[in-house]
Write a protein that binds this ligand. Sequence first.
Ligand code: SAH
Ligand code: SF4
Length: 345
Amino acid sequence: MEKVDIKNFTLSQLEAHITGQGKERFRARQIFKWLYQQNTTSFAQMTNLSKDFRAELEKTARISNLEAEVVESSADGTKKYLFRLSDGNAVESVLIPDEDRNTLCISSQVGCAMGCEFCLTGTFRLTRNLTTAEIVNQVCAVKREEPVRNIVFMGMGEPLANLENVIGALRILTDPDGFQFSTRKVTLSTAGLVPEMAELGAAVTVNLAISLNATTDEVRDRIMPVNRRYPLKELLAACKAFPLPSRRWITVEYVMIKGVNDSLDDAKRLVRLISTFPSKVNLIPFNEHEGCDLRTPTQDSIDRFHKFLLDKHVTVITRSSRGSDISAACGQLKGRLDKVTAGSI
Ligand code: SAH
Ligand code: SF4
């Protein structure tokens, strides 16, 4: 019999598993605390469980883990972790330090099927979804080395295209017996899968970010093919309906691309589009990468755009590009080693 990976279980699933084996329900909480609060890697270490029970668990279950194969450090302190998965695929996570508020950016898929024109991950297409265990194990691995305050699902993949496993991971991240992250410290970013946004909101409490990136259907259809399925009007209605944690806002990500979406007319339209829900705008200057002809706007046009929004009382920040010297910035993750770091690969 193949052993179950215990890290694929949310607490209630683990309770069902444990009680199914004739054990007390509260044992599941004890195991959960070992896994996510103590970051324990073996049943043998779970000393508040009887020896017999530990031996039984050993027979039917396993505790999966990820270890970073490569860790690259940027001049600005950003760290990129490359994790090899058991089937040979790889994903990346990025730790962005900010005084004592480290943010960990995690991946939800190997590659991505959405095909956004500006994103390197998208050019690799979708290989497969990550399991719940593979998602939470990115957090376990990094937490062994560094404190983590915030989690953002902004690494490789479209999290809402892997909804079930992502919801499992969100439950484990925010469970008081799991990682204990406040729901205000966890943010999921989506390119705009409208039905799944509603499903997500109904299942868990989490901060939402949307990758808007354009202010007309014409441009968005072109740079984000998902818009042909769920055009702006539907996406914005889904934002308005999304049940946020109390006193929170939707983060509107807007990758600024020269000559594509960086005009003052775009800024004007953007103000109108986001006026029906509480929001904060993150302007992200396009990170250039090989094989993509798009370009970053000049600093002047980014500043002008930013100022226009400010003058209209929109809360806006222009995100500084962290980790671009190690290809760890937004849209630069590919889950493969660069030749230069991989030596012979
Ligand atoms: N698939 C989800 C989660 C990934 S987040 C989503 O798209 O929202 C990745 C973020 O980086 C998105 O906001 C995306 O718009 C942005 N991005 C992608 N490629 C980029 C690039 N080349 N430069 C800057 N930002 C980019
Ligand atoms: Fe996928 Fe997001 Fe990249 Fe688009 S921006 S290809 S949805 S990871």
